[in-house]
Design a protein around this ligand. Structure first.
Ligand code: LRH
Length: 469
């Protein structure tokens, strides 16, 4: 009997509702709705339009149920670190603030005075970063004390949408693990961190294991759906869609606005070396972990495209990649982690500024050359990350699995294979969606975990890029 599950996958530039029908050992996906969105300034803070996203999600689910009247379940995954503060009636106290807002830079000195980097790492196993929810909540308490005073609960974004679908609040382990507020392994919030930062422990409940049923959907017209925690964090869902031999470590690079490069393993990497290299021990949605580097990804290009579009220049990604492929390498490598690239707007100017600082004396680069510099620089950063993982795990793995939107970018995949010196297996593109569907089928009793690899093999298309000699 075919069975249909629904995945809601919310990224920081677009969201989608996808139906997956499992039959004959594979999943057929139909994208029912896709919508772009972006953060805008509200009350002086870069914020998300969560009501718009909610309306799109509900409309997408209604369309999905109309198309697939037998659909049995749904799960929501989102980008990490962001949260929604709720009042006693379960309503947002402020709009959902965006991790790219610079309030966390303004409040960083106060934060570090209470919790320095070494103490934060020791308590959490998460690399200190201004985007972490711990930094954001400290900024919230500091800059919006009146709103913070009216806050009863704080839900991470995926859990907020699950709450909207069920009325049941919860704190899923994978998004909680991105917060910088949990103990290593992310099975509980860290009392030490909450105390040090003055964040009320009452804002949180127990960390909920994932791959579990939450309850029936209470939204009108969607009552047939069981809401599942298939993995609240998009990257946790994405790694569930990797074909893997569980007996050995596997490296992954989840490539969208962010490049999340890491390794799948049971335990955290907590050595001093891991700390110095900037490892974050985030949780998978099953019981395991995925120590990783959160690196800047295609965001730089997305923002360049936006600027070129506004200036009436070439901005279509297919055309830009064709130009980049044709452009000779300049040999310039920029630091894609430069904080100037973390914020929106004027990205082309920032990239040019950083290139000029490299003192190359080259004439102003055109679109193709800029795209090539960015992609070559990303590939170089990935190679450094892979070398660091090799040093930390002692395991030289046979290939790098590159999933997410970046896996469609053949130039990036080839440059990455060349830079890391090992084959890149690119795909699936919609890894988070596939991971969510697999987990839902497992939780709902329609797929045995032992059969997962075969289903991924039958469902996902992958392309292999061998390093050039
Ligand atoms: C990628 C991602 C990443 C980080 C970032 C904020 O979508 O989830 O893993 O957490 O967003």
């Amino acid at each position: 009997m075919p069975v249909t599950v629904l995945a809601v996958d919310l990224g920081s530039s677009s969201g989608r509702v996808v139906a997956g029908t499992y039959r004959d050992g594979r999943i057929d996906e139909v994208e029912v709705r896709r919508f772009p969105h972006r953060a805008r300034h509200i009350d002086g803070y870069l914020s998300w339009d969560l009501d718009f996203i909610r309306d799109e999600v509900v409309a997408g689910l209604r369309d999905a149920v109309a198309m697939f009247p037998d659909a049995i379940s749904v799960s929501v995954d989102t980008w990490g670190v962001d949260y929604v503060p709720l009042d006693g009636d379960g309503r947002p106290v402020t709009p959902g603030r965006c991790y790219r807002d610079d309030r966390t830079t303004r409040t960083l000195d106060g934060y570090c005075a209470r919790l320095d980097d070494e103490a934060a790492w020791a308590a959490t196993g998460i690399a200190p970063a201004v985007i972490n929810s711990s930094n954001q909540l400290f900024a919230y308490l500091t800059e919006e004390p009146e709103a913070a005073g009216r806050t009863e609960r704080v839900l991470f974004l995926a859990d907020y949408f699950t709450f909207l679908l069920t009325g049941i609040p919860g704190w899923s382990r994978s998004p909680a693990s991105t917060s910088g507020l949990c103990v290593p392994g992310a099975d509980a919030f860290s009392g030490d961190v909450l105390d040090a930062l003055g964040i009320p422990a009452s804002w949180f409940g127990a960390v909920a294991p994932e791959h579990a049923v939450v309850g029936p959907c209470t939204v009108e017209g969607l009552g047939q759906l069981t809401v599942v925690r298939a993995g609240g964090h998009d990257t946790a869902c994405a790694v569930h869609a990797l074909q893997r031999d569980t007996a050995r470590d596997a490296y992954f690079l989840s490539c969208g606005s962010w490049s999340v490069l890491g390794v799948l393993r049971d335990g955290p990497l907590l050595s001093q070396e891991a700390r110095e290299l900037g490892i974050s021990n985030e949780a998978r949605a099953d019981a395991g972990l995925r120590p990783l580097f959160n690196l800047t990804g295609l965001w730089i290009l997305q923002e360049c495209q936006r600027q070129w579009r506004d200036e009436g220049r070439t901005h279509d990604i297919v055309e830009l990649l064709r130009l980049a492929e044709a452009a000779p390498s300049t040999g310039i490598v920029i630091d894609t982690e430069d904080p100037r690239f973390a914020v929106p707007d004027a990205m082309v100017d920032r990239v040019r500024e950083v290139i000029d600082e490299a003192g190359t004396g080259l004439p102003t680069l055109d679109e193709g050359a800029i795209v090539r510099v960015v992609l070559e620089s990303l590939a170089t950063r990935y190679a450094d990350g892979v070398a660091a993982l090799d040093a930390l795990t002692g395991a030289r793995v046979p290939q790098l699995n590159l999933v997410g939107g970046g896996s469609r970018n053949a130039l990036l995949c080839q440059l990455t294979a060349d830079a890391v010196g090992m084959p890149v297996v690119a795909g699936p593109v919609e890894a988070s969606v596939l991971g969510s569907m697999l987990a839902q089928l497992e939780v709902m009793g329609h797929l045995a975990p032992a059969d997962r690899n075969a289903v991924i093999g039958a469902t996902a298309s992958t392309v292999r890029y061998d390093p050039a000699r």
